[in-house]
Design a protein around this ligand. Structure first.
Ligand SMILES: [Zn+2]
Length: 65
């Protein structure tokens, strides 16, 4: 039930490793990936994708499967 592993992402712009922060919001885990270099932020939730900014990362990420 627990998803302990947070997927490491790399920024689509500068390819640097993004900083991942997992938060508990409304009993749900939400992970915020952010690139301090480009100021890009991507929200991610287990089982679904919630994108507020930097939506292009999700598209390219799922294309390879
Ligand atoms: Zn970046």
């Amino acid at each position: 039930m627990k998803q302990s592993q947070v997927q490491q992402r790399n920024c689509q712009k500068c390819t640097r490793a993004m900083v991942s922060i997992t938060l508990d919001i409304d009993e749900a885990k939400r992970t915020l990936h952010s690139c301090s270099h480009c100021d890009v932020r991507v929200w991610e939730a287990p089982g679904e994708s919630i994108n507020l900014e930097g939506v292009l990362t999700e598209l390219s990420d799922s294309a390879g499967r």
